[in-house]
Each structure stands twice: as C-alpha cells, then as structure tokens.
Write a protein of this length. Structure first.
Ligand code: FES
Length: 106
C-alpha cells in the first residue's frame, strides 16, 4: 500500500495526497493540479515556492539547491519558505500558494 500525507493548500483549498518520497509539485501534477512553474520542477525557477503555515516538522530537510533558491528569493532560510518541487513530507502540512488550480478537463 502506498503511504500518502495530506498537504492542504491555501487559499484554493486544494488537498494533495503526497506519496512517500514524492515532492509536492510532482504530486500536484499527478493529481491534476496546475502549480506555478517555469522550470517544470527542476529546482531552478523558484516560481513554485510556498509558505509553510503548519506542519513544518513534517517537511524534509532542505538540500543545497533549495537553500540557494530560497536565498535568491531573499527570503529567510528558516524552513518556512520552501520550493514545492524539492519538498517532501512525512505528515500533514498546510501551505499557502496562490495560483494552484485544477487543470481544466478537455
Ligand atoms: S518548479 Fe521551478 S524551482 Fe520548483
């Protein structure tokens, strides 16, 4: 059985079940959400960044690329600003990210 952890996204109210080892950006795409991005999840555009509101203790440690990205955004490297394409979770988390919506069905 696949273990998932729920990430609630404000203000859209999206609820994304992220699999163990999967990043938030990838999980959102798998579940049919559009997440702001330019690089498509490579960790270089920083467009995907989120503000962690709850559950920071359930978030994966930052890798050097993500740390660099947060610094480039001129945000504090305090674990509360994260790149969705690098962020893995081990429990429930709530984040704020504007512009996350369900892809329109064609
Ligand atoms: S999607 Fe570009 S840095 Fe995360």
């Amino acid at each position: 059985m696949t273990v998932t952890h729920r990430v609630a996204v404000r203000p859209s109210g999206a609820e994304i079940d992220v699999r163990d080892g999967e990043d938030l950006f990838g999980a959102a795409g798998r579940l049919g959400y559009r997440w702001p991005t330019v690089c498509g999840g490579k960790g270089t555009c920083r467009t995907c960044f989120v503000q962690v509101e709850e559950g920071a203790e359930n978030c994966s440690p930052m890798d050097p690329l993500e740390r660099e990205g947060i610094e480039a955004l001129r945000r504090p490297v305090d674990g509360l600003t994260r790149l969705a394409c690098r962020l893995r979770v081990e429990g429930p988390v709530t984040v704020t990210k504007r512009g996350v919506r369900r892809r329109v069905q064609e």
